[in-house]
Design a binder for this molecule. Structure first.
Ligand SMILES: C[S@@+](CC[C@H](N)C(=O)[O-])C[C@H]1O[C@@H](n2cnc3c(N)ncnc32)[C@H](O)[C@@H]1O
Length: 387
């Protein structure tokens, strides 16, 4: 298997009474390096499994032991395609799940955090929902948690809360980013339903995951169910469309046509290939309208568009904006690499994809185009208050 997934644990099989997952609370942090060593030497590691309360995780002190064997379980949850490692459970989501992609997601996470000024919008509602209280422990779910950065940072920011990251593939838990004891990760497909979590969470985050959600509208109905009263739903999605310096969408042009750029051509090809994988990629523009359609299940909804320069092409940009624009430029360059297997599977010749990627890279290097990427942030707050 390409890419080491010795660090590709923990993971859990299906839910229900046999739900099993790893909680870092059960692993002393100083044991993590030792465990990594064990995995690479013996390819086997013991880990804890919780008896499960339907997946709510509220009984995360009841332990049993689950034995993970990476050479067997690893191939069940991960597969190689065109030299990159992918999840092995969903055909809809076809971006890699390897260290290179997780590094890209970390970079994107830093960029969004800087642009937003924190880990989330609607800070008052989020802090209210996660305030310490008697009776129940505040809980957070990150659907499509990717590398795990948001989960880990939320765990640090809200040490009294429990944070669960759910993803098709294991997070990137290298020893330098050992999660705090209130975080855990589950391997699962959100398309199989979330209702086993009914009433379990105060915040549900879904960042850049719509591509992998087959029925986003249904997913939103389930989010309402799994949130407690006063709970907050947070989403952010990057627009698969390039915007010009006047914030207008740039039309796709083919080579030889006026206005052709490699950047827009490549993004257009990626969008087509994603569309061929399912309806998820066309859901994100509709999320705000769907939140409104859901009606009085929400007390308050909001949205904010963030336009981020691709590279520091504008005069007079602040140091912070320059830094954010550099992260955007790097993020896109790496996305082009991550999307290569998708483009090849869709039917493009490798030489075409490589030519477009090299062309886009050159455009980025010389800041040929004055382009933005638009990010769509939405949030919604459930009525009531958890006591
Ligand atoms: C683009 S990444 C975003 C990761 C993270 N939320 C972030 O913003 O950095 C999308 C993640 O969602 C996961 N994903 C996609 N479809 C999913 C599904 N149906 N259920 C669970 N996870 C899913 C992918 O495996 C991937 O890790």
């Amino acid at each position: 298997m390409q890419g080491t997934y010795d660090d590709a644990w923990p993971w859990s099989p299906r839910r229900g009474s046999d739900v099993s997952y790893f909680s870092s609370s059960s692993h002393p942090s100083d044991a993590d390096d030792e465990l990594d060593d064990k995995m690479s030497q013996a390819d086997t590691v013991e880990r804890e499994e919780f008896a499960g309360d339907g997946g709510s995780g509220r009984n995360s002190s009841s332990l049993s032991v689950y034995s993970y064997h990476s050479s067997v379980d690893g191939s069940a949850i991960l597969r190689d395609i065109h030299g990159r490692t992918f999840n092995n459970t969903s055909d809809n989501y076809m971006l890699p799940a390897d260290v290179a992609e997780h590094d890209r997601l970390d970079l994107q996470h830093e960029m969004l955090k800087k642009k937003r000024g924190g880990l989330f919008f609607a800070p008052q509602a989020v802090r209210r929902a996660l305030a310490p209280r008697d009776g129940s422990r505040p809980s957070i779910l990150d659907v499509g948690s990717g590398s795990g950065s948001w989960v880990i940072e939320m765990g640090r920011q809200f040490p009294h809360a429990e944070v669960v990251g759910l993803d098709l593939a294991p997070a990137n838990l290298r020893s330098y980013r050992t999660p705090p004891s209130n975080c855990r990760f589950e391997c699962d497909d959100a398309n199989l339903g979330l209702l086993h979590y009914k009433g379990c969470f105060d915040v549900v985050n879904a960042s850049c995951v719509s591509l992998g959600i087959t029925n986003y509208r249904k997913f939103m109905d389930e989010v309402v169910e799994i949130l407690r009263p006063g709970g907050v739903f947070l989403t952010v999605e990057g627009d698969m469309q390039i915007y010009d310096e006047n914030y207008n969408p740039v039309s796709l042009a083919n080579e030889g046509e006026p206005g052709f750029t490699y950047t827009v051509r490549l993004v257009g090809a990626i969008l087509d290939a994603m569309r061929a994988k399912g309806p998820g990629i066309d859901a994100y523009p509709k999320i705000y309208d769907w939140l409104q359609d859901q009606g009085n299940v929400w007390r308050d909804i909001g949205q904010k568009f963030l336009y981020i320069h691709i590279g520091p092409w504008e005069d007079g940009m602040s140091a912070k904006d320059k830094q954010i624009s550099e992260l955007m430029r790097q993020d896109l360059l790496r996305l082009f690499q991550s999307a290569k297997p998708l483009l090849l599977s869709y039917g493009w010749f490798e030489e075409t994809v490589d030519k477009w990627s090299a062309g886009a890279e050159e455009e980025f290097k010389i800041l040929k185009n004055k382009y933005y990427v638009r990010w769509l942030s939405r949030w919604a707050i459930k009525p009531g208050q958890t006591t």
